[in-house]
Every structure is written in C-alpha cells, then in structure tokens.
Design a protein. Structure first.
Ligand SMILES: C[S@@+](CC[C@H](N)C(=O)[O-])C[C@H]1O[C@@H](n2cnc3c(N)ncnc32)[C@H](O)[C@@H]1O
Length: 248
C-alpha cells in the first residue's frame, strides 16, 4: 500500500515528539567537526546574501540555528514537531511549529534557508521548494545538506544493507522508546534510501531559482569516513551526501 503525504507528516510529528531532546544524542553525528563544517557552509552562503536572517527548516534540536547564532542577526527555526521545538533553549531564536509546506512567513523576508538532514523526511518536494522560494529575498540562498542521494544507494545497495546492520539507527530508536514502531520510523524516514536530488534541482530551477549547484561528499558521517574521504566533492553516485545551493 502506498504511503500518503499526510501519513508521512503525521509520522514525522509523532516520531520527533517522542524523541524530543534526545535526537542529537541518539543520532550521534552532531560532532565538533560537523559543527565546524556547517559553520563553513553558512559563512559561504551568508557572504553571498546579506546575512541578516536565516531560517532553519526542519530544525530538530536546532543544530543549524546554533551554528548560525553568531553569523545572522535574526534566526527562525521551523519544525513540524512542537515538542522537539519546545526543548530548544535559545531565547533569541524564533521557534515556529509548522509544516514546511505551509511556512507562516511573508514573501521575500529571509536571506538564507538552511535545511540539514531534512529533505529525505518530505514525501514530495514541489510545495516545500515553492515555499522556500517564496519566503527568500531576491538574492537569497537555499542551502540543503546531508540527505543521501538515491544514486549512491542504488550503486552500493549491498554495502548499505551491511552498513545499516552494523550502524543500526532504527534499532537504537526502537530500543530507546517503546512507543516507536518500525513502521513509524520507516514512515518518518520516507526517503531513507535516498532522494532524487537531480529532480529536486530541476524543480528548483523550474520554480525560478537562477543558479542551482549540487555536489556530493562524505563529510560528517564518522571520524573514519572524514579521514578517508575528507571534504572533497565526488561525482554523483560515489558519495552519499547531497549538498544543494540555490540562489533566488
Ligand atoms: C533528521 S531531523 C534533522 C534535524 C536537524 N535539521 C538536524 O540536522 O539536527 C529532521 C527534522 O525534520 C522535521 N520535519 C519532518 N517533516 C517536516 C515537515 N513537513 N515540516 C517541518 N518539519 C519537518 C522533523 O520533525 C525533524 O525534526
């Protein structure tokens, strides 16, 4: 049976309401080198725009918002889970519980929208990309990172299955919370086998973004892969993580 858009949104809300402030700890990847990496990325995109305001889309525990604290004057964070937002202690951050398909911000307001490990949680991308475009100022930038591309998964399917047996994130969540079922996890991680990033880039161009760039890398998965692959860019299908930068 097909999973509907509503089911995916409901699963995300329910899952992250349960996980709450434990998310970053359980995920285990929000390390110092990853903070430094995201800071580099935000500095790069903030010098292209005028760096007044940033929206952290699908913010979780507020990872991007924290990194952005000294780079942007105004910071907004949106998440579909009210309970995960409630756990963020940051008085300067404007927290908004909302669905990314219906962002309660007026047109042309934001300089940078950052989305980290977020896109693979979306059922489809038309509406969210349209919303990002609408709220960005002219010259504003959409920066998305750390979602796996489907071409990598397809190429290394067997290795990915072995990797997931060893680093079993699903098992960690199931063991930590008895209210989390396998189905809930799978439904919230809707594109856990990869996003079609080439189609997302075509969509961004169609919506009106003037420049869209995409690159693939390994940085931020583990200290081992950081040492092995560094921050180098790889051809599509040869590195798991997708970085998209789009200029309005
Ligand atoms: C994997 S977590 C990433 C959190 C954070 N960006 C980070 O990197 O630590 C994905 C987040 O997206 C949120 N999310 C999923 N679907 C959403 C939607 N439709 N609208 C807003 N937030 C959503 C989830 O609630 C969750 O907090």
């Amino acid at each position: 049976m097909k999973t509907s858009e509503e089911q995916v949104k409901k699963a995300n809300k329910e899952f992250y309401d349960i996980v709450g402030s434990s998310y970053e700890k359980l995920d285990g990847r929000r390390t110092e080198p990853l903070y430094a990496y995201v800071e580099e990325q935000l500095k790069e995109v903030s010098t292209q725009g005028d760096s007044e305001s940033i929206l952290d889309l699908g913010c979780g525990n507020g990872f991007v918002s924290q990194v952005a604290a000294h780079l942007f004057k105004q910071r907004y964070a949106i998440d579909i889970s009210y309970l995960i937002l409630r756990g963020i202690e940051d008085p300067q951050l404007k927290k908004i519980a909302a669905d990314s398909d219906f962002i309660p911000i007026q047109d042309n307001q934001i300089d940078v929208v950052g989305a980290f490990a977020f896109l693979h949680h979306c059922h489809s991308f038309e509406r969210v990309c349209g919303e990002v475009y609408r709220i960005l100022k002219a010259g504003g930038i959409f920066y998305s990172d750390h979602d796996m591309d489907i071409s990598f998964y397809s190429r290394f399917k067997i290795m990915m299955k072995i990797y997931r047996k060893v680093h079993n994130a699903k098992k960690r969540y199931l063991e930590s919370f008895e209210t989390i079922s396998e189905n809930l996890y799978d439904c919230s991680e809707f594109h856990q086998n990869g996003i079609q990033s080439d189609l997302i880039c075509s969509l961004l161009k169609k919506i009106g973004f003037s420049e869209v760039s995409i690159s693939f890398h390994w940085f931020g998965l583990s200290s081992f892969s950081d040492r092995m692959f560094g921050k180098k860019k790889y051809p599509r299908g040869w590195a798991p993580l997708t970085r998209i930068v789009a200029l309005k």
